[in-house]
Design a protein around this ligand. Structure first.
Ligand code: PEP
Length: 256
């Protein structure tokens, strides 16, 4: 069984004061039996603050981005070996907000995937369709294209132990999340597609859902066999919500 992952993407939110309070509250709210790994991806400048206050080994550090270069004259960028140096084990790539606001393209995402793997950091590859593509019934095609983008350049083996987060663009930061049964069908389709190329690798991949997850919809999503965890934005900024979702994960996934 894949150990579930709960990922908290803070985007450009937080402050030193907020983080200290958040980490204390989160750790106080949790018991010792999570049945999942908890990954916090804060703005990179706060990684060390989080580290200072972490006493819980099940909480893992994540990042929201990485540069395509390893070092050199790239003002403002953070490289994979710097992330590794700071104890980051997971990094989000291909997020819709980076594609839109920072003009990241498929080529960048391939390079980021590759450089993370070479530095032993697990990529969290975001995929998903926009509203129009959903209406046109193109969800499967769009998601497979985004995965093929990686496979066709780097080979199927690169996907071993990776994380793919299905984040329909229309559901991110909105009020409606995707239908859990539809997500299950899609995840099953994606896993079968990868299994056709390599059955062992398909079993190692975590397929997460992200897009307006909250304490009300987490249970129905986590109940699905092929939803191996959640990528959460807004709701995870509140330690009470995040611990509630972790407790739901604990109950739901240990029962499977
Ligand atoms: C995200 O942006 O990764 C995300 C899932 O955001 P939200 O939960 O706020 O929709």
């Amino acid at each position: 069984m894949r150990y579930p992952l709960i990922i908290s993407n803070w985007k450009a939110n937080g402050s030193k004061t907020m983080i200290i309070d958040f980490i204390h509250k989160l750790q106080n709210n949790l018991n010792n039996n999570y049945a999942c790994n908890i990954i916090i991806a804060p703005p990179i400048i706060y990684l060390d603050v989080i580290k200072q206050y972490l006493i819980n080994k099940d909480i893992i550090l994540g990042a929201q981005n990485v540069d395509i270069h390893i070092s050199g004259s790239f003002t403002g960028e953070i490289s994979a070996n710097m992330l590794k140096d700071m104890g980051v084990l997971y990094t989000i790539i291909g997020h819709y907000e980076r594609r839109i606001h920072h003009k990241e393209n498929n080529e960048d995402i391939i390079k980021k995937f590759d450089i993370l793997k070479k530095n032993h950091i697990t990529p969290i590859l975001c995929i998903g369709e926009n509203k129009e593509e959903k209406i046109q019934n193109k969800t499967k095609t769009v998601c497979i294209q985004q995965i093929n983008n990686i496979i066709n350049t780097l080979g199927i083996e690169i996907l071993k132990n990776s994380v793919i987060a299905y984040e329909p663009i229309w559901a991110i930061g909105s009020t409606s999340s995707a239908n859990p049964n539809e997500v299950q069908t899609l995840h099953n389709f994606i896993r079968s597609y990868i299994a056709q190329q390599n059955i062992e690798i398909a079993e190692t991949i975590h397929l997460l859902y992200g897009g307006s997850v909250n304490t009300n919809n987490a249970y129905e999503l986590l109940r699905q066999k092929d939803i191996d965890g959640l990528l959460i934005g807004k709701a995870s900024l509140d330690p009470k919500n995040l611990s509630e979702i972790i407790k739901i994960t604990q109950k739901t996934k240990t029962r499977n």
